[in-house]
Write a protein that binds this ligand. Structure first.
Ligand code: FES
Length: 154
């Protein structure tokens, strides 16, 4: 029997027939739901390009077995903006050139949103670099990324 998964994705409840019980949340989002903002880089938990929020916490979607998250709330980069208004973290990435090619950017932004939501007091550049260390940028736009996250904490 095909298991049915109940997920709330970017605020929209969805029932998804899970044809392949081995599917990762990353493949489900990209290939079944069509939310391709979440990127596949390494597909083995090493780059952070696939970062989403699951029940508000940062997670590499490539490491998340979709079947394990029945009932969860998933937020992807597509769920951040409100209409035409960007999320403050998205706006800060633009203001501080927190990207070059942009491939890692959705994961960087989701990780930053999750890091800020963790509510740690006194996020300074060093702590931001540490907190974002699971998100790699091959263009090495780290200075802009750190500035962007710093601004978003203010
Ligand atoms: Fe998931 Fe790289 S694609 S960590």
């Amino acid at each position: 029997m095909t298991p049915t998964l109940n997920l709330t994705i970017n605020g929209v409840p969805q029932q998804i027939a899970l044809d392949d019980p081995r599917a990762t949340l990353l493949d489900l989002l990209r290939e079944r739901i069509g939310l391709t903002g979440t990127k596949k880089g390494c597909d083995r938990g090493q780059c952070g390009a696939c970062t989403v929020l699951i029940d508000g916490r940062r997670m590499n979607a490539c490491l998340a077995l979709a079947l394990s998250y029945d009932g969860a709330e998933i937020t992807t980069v597509e769920g951040l903006a409100t209409g035409e208004t960007l999320h403050p973290v998205q706006a800060a990435f633009i203001a501080h050139d927190g990207f070059q090619c942009g491939y890692c950017t959705p994961g960087q932004i989701m990780s930053a949103v999750g890091l800020i939501a963790e509510g740690e007091a006194g996020l300074d550049p060093e702590r931001i670099r540490e907190g974002m260390s699971g998100n790699l940028c091959r263009c090495a736009a780290y200075a802009g990324i750190t500035e962007a996250v710093l601004e978003a904490t203010r």
